[in-house]
Write a protein that binds this ligand. Structure first.
Ligand code: F6R
Length: 351
């Protein structure tokens, strides 16, 4: 059941500390300062990594690919429906990773099948034991989020991010104390975000907006995309996410006093994104800052949604939780069918 929550989506948002704990269990070793994943003991990765995924899982893959590249592993992301082994170089050294909550998404399963035919190594990162993706691949890593009933993916996105963070360390065979401690602390920090969130005032202020924009850089860029996708799915309102630097290359034309901009301002390098915030302010757009530096950015924002400081890799996971809550509360105020949005299904089994 919904354990007292009005919707499964809200229940699942609040289950994120537990979901992340389950994902980390027996994989993060604080004393040794290491990360291990038993299921991947036999996985060898000497070559490039290609991620294939759809929707929210694709956004998780963008985050994961960036973590791999930071470790010196060449990694690219493909929308599963666009993955075409005829036009994309795949060799026997390539590791193709399908990121799929359900493990049943037809586009992703068929991309993995095509990858298998080339002789590449395949890995499924999934929530569902024995799913089609799990059976198709040479290796499987489970994200262990527990069942997700709401059509909008929430806790499984956080678990995918955490699983991909661990994968980045398993593949690069090196892990800093800072990374291990960051993972260890994450469930408690997620709990702090959930306990302290002030999003209901933001939802009330902007429920009548014409459109919503989300901007973020680096590890926050996929979070901006995800924030917009969630908003579209459950409120049916126009929302778009951009890498912050792209705003001035076109979308800025849409920015008015009726288009709130959610700016992800976390980490040490927020000054460039603040520059983009000033551009939208000059067009009178309301600004909501999601930030770990309220003192620095507060003066530029109409509302501040605070997150604890958790370093470049993990603060974006926390920021996303604020955005999940914003979408939820806007949709709730609009009386939307949050757990079963129109036209959408939990797993998309047609290509
Ligand atoms: C968004 C959402 C979809 C799925 C996508 C892939 O909230 O749920 O975008 O992320 O259909 O599904 P999986 O991860 O099951 O392959």
């Amino acid at each position: 059941g919904k354990s007292g929550y009005d919707h499964y989506m809200l229940k699942e948002i609040y289950e994120q500390p537990k979901a992340i704990r389950q994902c980390l269990r027996e994989r993060v070793h604080e004393l040794e300062g290491s990360v291990t994943v038993d299921e991947l003991a036999e996985l060898e990765c000497g070559g490039p990594v290609q991620f294939v995924a759809c929707g929210t899982s694709y956004h998780a893959a963008l985050y994961g690919a960036r973590l791999l590249r930071e470790r010196g592993i060449p990694a690219q992301c493909f929308l599963a429906s666009e993955y075409d082994v005829e036009s994309i170089p795949v060799t026997k050294e390539t590791v193709v990773v399908g990121v799929t909550q359900s493990g049943e998404t037809a586009d992703t399963v068929s991309a993995l099948r095509a990858a298998n035919r080339t002789g590449a190594t395949t890995l499924a990162l999934t929530n569902v034991v024995g799913s089609s993706a799990a059976r198709e691949c040479d290796h499987v890593m489970y994200i262990r989020a527990g069942p997700e009933i709401g059509v909008a993916a929430t806790k499984t996105f956080a678990s995918q991010q955490v699983a991909l963070a661990m994968l980045s360390r398993v593949l690069s065979e090196e892990c800093s104390t800072e990374f291990v401690e960051g993972l260890r602390d994450l469930p408690d920090q997620v709990q702090r975000v959930l306990d302290g969130s002030t999003v209901r005032a933001v939802a009330e202020a902007y429920e009548d907006a014409n459109a919503y924009f989300f901007i973020g850089r680096g590890y926050n860029a996929p979070v901006a995309l995800e924030g917009a996708l969630k908003m579209k799915e459950i409120t049916y309102k126009h929302a778009e996410g951009f890498a912050a630097g792209e705003l001035k290359h076109g979308p800025l034309a849409l920015v008015t006093e009726k288009t709130p901009v959610f700016a992800l301002l976390t980490g040490s390098n927020i000054s460039k994104t603040l520059g983009n915030v000033k551009e939208v302010e000059a067009r009178d757009a309301p600004v909501v800052a999601v930030t770990d530096s309220p003192d620095e950015v507060g003066q530029y924002a109409d509302y501040v949604l605070e997150v604890p400081e958790a370093g470049p890799w993990f603060t974006p996971i926390l920021a996303n939780i604020q955005l999940q809550l914003v979408s939820y509360w806007v949709a709730n105020r609009m009386g939307r069918s949050i757990d079963k949005p129109r036209n959408l299904a939990k797993s998309v089994t047609v290509e």
